[in-house]
Design a protein around this ligand. Structure first.
Ligand code: SF4
Length: 442
């Protein structure tokens, strides 16, 4: 039995979080202790994100804080895993000699070997490709709330968006077998998980590479039969491959949340083409109409990117008009980040940072108004809410509707009535704000 304590800091997206939870599972199985506090740890493990510049900077800051703890003698090893070492492993190894290992995106399943192997016979930087895909047998320790979990249904991405570094870090798209995903969901349900969120770089391509007729609709159908799971939510639904069968599956199942996370990035034809997105404005408009038509009451979330090279004021206005007209229920906006090694980094007419910032703010302000209007329509209505727990030491309990994904969307503050974490309760909405709602249990 090991007595060393590990603190795993998971940065970035929910897909990274699943990798972190697999590492925690492997380490816990070997008897390592787990602590959430870096200052209490013997070993600090950082699972990194390097999707855009800000994420890279946050990651570097976190590594330097861990290195300071090592220098002070508080911990004795620091290990850096994931996207950042996959991208800059050798440079980082030169610049940060205090870090013991830099392990790429597919080395993390071997974390125990690295920690327990003979340091004289181990590489300090390991970023080889192995096409690893975890399965239901892989140990995994949930790090968040016991009632909610992400399931990664595929790894990698075979698309070629000109601004994105992910395919070169994570490899080609590869789906997990349907049976393995269902088995994992079954095990999670046995542990008390009530809500699962399906993630991948591109969930709507799920199964196509398996060439056995499996697809996302079939997966949802199978997952919908698992007892104990109350809500299934699909995130990162690339607009292509969303068809009537998938929409009907979502509409006809009580368990599948009426929520579509549809990252479209932009709406101007020229920009969509320059981004390497194979869908046109017309396609996206029709798709959104079709989604709303087939799933009444659906909430559509999208992600937009402003300040792509050459984005003119007119092209940006087109995006503003589009958002005003479509009235997405939820929306996130990124500023374009010229990532080293991408096509878009080399494009001419890069947009100044101040312009990107203003454009983002403008869109966010517009969306705040639209979100508030959507939320006001809910006042007086009854909705189902998954309770998450008390807010501070107040009597208020926070929770989420099926149309609010964890961490990215708002919450419902329940000001009257009580509910335990993981319980799904009926709430009458009493107040609306741009991000959150307030309500009372009925
Ligand atoms: S779909 Fe495009 S943006 Fe998303 S991970 Fe793949 S290449 Fe990147």
């Amino acid at each position: 039995m090991k007595h060393e304590r590990i603190c795993l800091i998971s940065l970035g997206c929910p897909k990274n979080l699943v990798d972190s939870e697999v590492m925690l599972g492997l380490l816990a199985e070997k008897g390592y202790g787990i602590t959430p506090k870096p200052s209490h740890a013997d070993i600090i493990l950082i699972n990194t994100c390097s999707f855009i510049k800000e994420a890279t900077q946050e990651t570097l800051d976190t590594i330097h804080e861990a290195v300071e703890l090592k220098k002070s003698g508080s911990c004795h090893r620091v290990v850096v895993v994931g996207c950042l070492p996959q991208r800059y492993g050798s440079d980082l190894a030169r610049e940060i000699p205090e870090v013991d290992f830099f392990l790429g995106t597919e080395e993390f399943p071997r974390i125990v070997e690295y920690l327990e192997g003979d340091p004289d016979h181990q590489k300090r930087v390991a970023v080889e490709r192995t096409s690893f895909l975890y399965d239901h047998e892989t140990p995994r320790l949930l790090s968040g709330h016991f009632y909610s979990a992400y399931i990664k249904i595929a790894e990698g991405c075979s698309r070629s968006c000109s601004f994105c570094i992910i395919p070169s870090l994570r490899g080609r798209f590869r789906s997990r077998p349907l049976e393995s995903i269902c088995e994992e969901a079954l095990r999670l349900a046995d542990q008390g998980v009530r809500e699962i969120n399906l993630v991948a770089q591109d969930t709507t391509s799920y199964g196509l590479d398996l060439q056995n007729g499996t697809n996302l609709a079939a997966l949802l159908e199978a997952l919908g039969r698992i007892e104990g799971i109350a809500w299934i939510r699909v995130l990162y639904a690339y607009p292509e491959h969303i068809d009537s069968r998938l929409l009907r599956r979502i509409k006809n199942s009580e368990k599948i949340c009426n929520y579509i996370d549809l990252p479209i990035q932009h709406i101007n034809e020229r920009i969509l083409r320059a981004m390497g997105r194979p869908v046109s404005r017309r396609f996206l408009e029709r798709l959104i109409l079709k989604i709303r038509d087939e799933i009444p009451g659906v909430s559509i979330r999208t992600t937009l990117m402003v300040g792509f090279p050459g984005e003119s004021a007119v092209e940006f206005s087109e995006l503003i008009d589009f958002v005003e007209r479509i009235r997405f229920e939820r929306l996130g906006v990124f500023e374009f980040s010229p990532e080293e090694g991408t096509q878009a980094e080399r494009m001419v007419k890069q947009i100044p940072g101040s312009v990107k910032k203003k454009r983002r703010e403008r869109l966010m302000q517009l969306q705040q108004r639209i979100s508030l209007e959507h939320h006001c329509e809910l006042i007086g209505k009854k909705v189902l809410v998954l309770a998450e727990g008390p807010v501070g030491d107040k009597d208020t309990v926070k929770g989420r509707m099926a149309t609010q994904a964890p961490d990215i969307d708002g919450q419902v503050m329940i000001t009257k009535g009580s509910a335990s974490p993981g319980q799904i309760v009926t709430v009458r909405i009493t107040e609306a704000y741009p991000y959150d709602l307030e309500g009372e249990i009925v």
